[in-house]
Write a protein that binds this ligand. Structure first.
Ligand SMILES: [Cu+2]
Length: 532
């Protein structure tokens, strides 16, 4: 077996004296487990073990912490999105779950295969077999319809809730779950302010509608595939800082008061989280074709009910690893270098994970999961690895400062001078409507003529799609900022590339609903552009 070598790194507790390189390479050794590409022979073999474990978990009683749906509720109650704990929390979540699968499958070598959607922009073939799809009949006894699911698991969840610690309850308060019924509303989509069900907010998905993409229709739609395309991923790997308030130049999303701060509260999405991560979730769940919902599991926070969730997140985690490799090659830090900032990052408490022996991790913190060594795995090479030198060359230059734009009548404009010298990334601030039934995805158009109200992924005016992942909070309007790499085929980029040093070009940004053409086009709230 070919095992990739990697650097073992020291835990964060030993780093007090190191500021320039918060995580320094110490020695080289092979990781115990390898996460393979799901299209490889090894990756396909892993799916067989994964299926064995899923089948067992689906049939465990709901009182068991390893019950398949209970496992998804850990994400539902605790997942961070739109903030800088996104990667580290999901590493802990996937890592413990991987150990559970290893134990339940009886395969001591099990490690999650990753789905590299850049190389393979469709659901991996094996993920339509048996329990590897949530539409399988094995799920039917539990997810046939909402009443069945409620009768099956709600009493257990209520009992679990009643036993939570004060610290856990405080974290749930921060998510807006001040009592159990408010949490359960995001399972059913019930909006207490109107007394109605908002189908798009329903975390539950009935078996037959649990996943939109199917064996006959496995491909990511063109706009989601664009979000996974090489140039977008390169732009997502280009930032040289773990976190920057300028989201276009930040590897992670916004720094929020806690990991439970919900997306939309003035949060920002980095390229990799806002683009491939969010759009793959939404595309698999049927945002667009299944508007206005209910959607498949992947669209809302019970997304881990769909087994493909863990392959998707293994790839996000892999890209974090790739980014760290790129940083080290350039002698750049992989974490915040400011001690106060680093403390704030690593001390955040994660109180909901479950170990492979079924016990709860009630004393964890973000700092426990910064390294892949915590779970003894490594990645077989995928997209981004071979790009190391290219990315390095692109970022060895000092990135420019973001150029702030102005907004008039809902249109943002930014004037850039000269041909860009690296990936050009816009930060576009989008309002999330107070109306919970409003669209959750918008297309960003650049320099589109006035009459243009829609554009395909190959249009010279299409910059990208911005999408919220997870339910809207009833009655609350929020702005969120998305980092959107500007594709080379944009007419505006062609113009810019042709300008000489003295010349300048103005980019005008507009939003249009991605699917429902009759819906109102929201106003751009702010825009800036950063050449990395
Ligand atoms: Cu996710």
């Amino acid at each position: 077996m070919k095992v990739k070598r990697r650097e073992f790194i020291v835990g964060v507790s030993a780093l007090a004296g190191l500021s320039a390189f918060p995580v320094a390479p110490v020695r080289a050794a092979a990781a115990k487990h390898t996460r393979y590409n799901v299209t490889s022979e090894q990756g396909k073999a892993m799916l067989k073990s994964y299926a064995v474990a899923i089948e067992k978990m689906v049939n465990l009683p709901p009182t068991h912490p390893h019950n398949w749906f209970r496992n998804a509720f850990v994400h539902f109650m605790d997942c961070p999105h739109g903030n800088w704990w996104f990667y580290v929390w999901h590493r802990g979540y996937v890592g413990f779950f991987e150990q559970t699968v290893r134990s339940l499958s009886g395969n001591p070598n099990f490690a999650f295969p990753y789905w590299d959607w850049t190389q393979t922009p469709e659901i991996p073939e094996g993920m339509f077999d048996g329990v590897l799809t949530p539409v399988d009949k094995a799920f039917q006894p539990y997810t046939k319809d909402l009443d069945t699911f409620t009768a099956y698991i709600k009493p257990t969840m209520q009992a679990y809730w009643n036993g939570l610690s004060k610290a856990q309850r405080q974290q749930l308060d921060a998510r807006g779950y001040t009592d159990f019924n408010l949490l359960w509303n995001d399972v059913t989509g019930y909006d207490p302010s109107t007394g109605k069900i908002v189908p798009g907010n329903q975390g539950f998905a009935a078996t037959e509608r649990a996943r939109y993409l199917s064996r006959d229709n496995p491909k990511l739609d063109d706009k989601t595939a664009h979000a996974c395309s090489p140039d977008v991923i390169r732009a997502g790997l280009a930032p040289t800082l773990f976190h920057s308030p300028d989201v276009a130049g930040s590897f992670t999303s916004s720094k929020t008061p806690s990991h439970n701060t919900m997306p939309g509260k003035g949060t920002s999405f980095s390229v990799l989280e806002g683009q491939p991560h969010n759009l793959v979730h939404n595309g698999i769940g049927g945002v667009g074709p299944w508007n206005p919902g209910p959607y498949g599991n992947m669209t809302n926070f019970l997304s881990p009910v769909d087994p493909v969730f863990f392959l998707h997140h293994a790839n996000m985690d892999r890209l974090w690893s790739v980014w760290e490799g790129k940083q080290r090659k350039q002698g750049l830090p992989v974490l915040p270098t400011d001690k106060t900032e680093l403390d704030q990052l690593v001390r955040e408490r994660f109180l909901f994970f479950v170990r492979a022996d079924g016990t709860f991790v009630t004393d964890g913190k973000a700092g426990d999961y910064l390294s892949t060594d915590r779970f003894e795995y490594d990645y077989a090479p995928g997209f981004g690895d071979g790009e190391g030198m290219q990315v390095a060359a692109a970022t060895a230059r000092k990135p420019g400062r973001p150029v702030k734009g102005t907004v008039k009548a809902g249109v943002g404009s930014v004037t850039l001078a000269g041909a860009p010298t690296g990936p050009v990334v816009a930060a576009v601030t989008v309002p999330r409507s107070a109306d919970p039934t409003a669209a959750r995805e918008y297309d960003v158009l650049v320099n589109a003529p006035a009459g243009v109200t829609e554009a395909g992924a190959d249009s010279p005016y299409y910059a990208g799609t911005v999408g919220f992942f997870g339910p809207a909070m009833p009655g609350m309007a929020h702005d969120a900022t998305f980092a959107v790499p500007l594709p080379q085929r944009l007419q505006a980029m062609t113009t810019l590339n042709q300008t000489n040093k003295q010349a300048s070009a103005t980019l005008e940004f507009r939003l249009v609903p991605a699917y429902d053409k009759s819906a109102a086009a929201p106003a751009v709230k702010a825009v800036s552009v950063h050449t990395l």
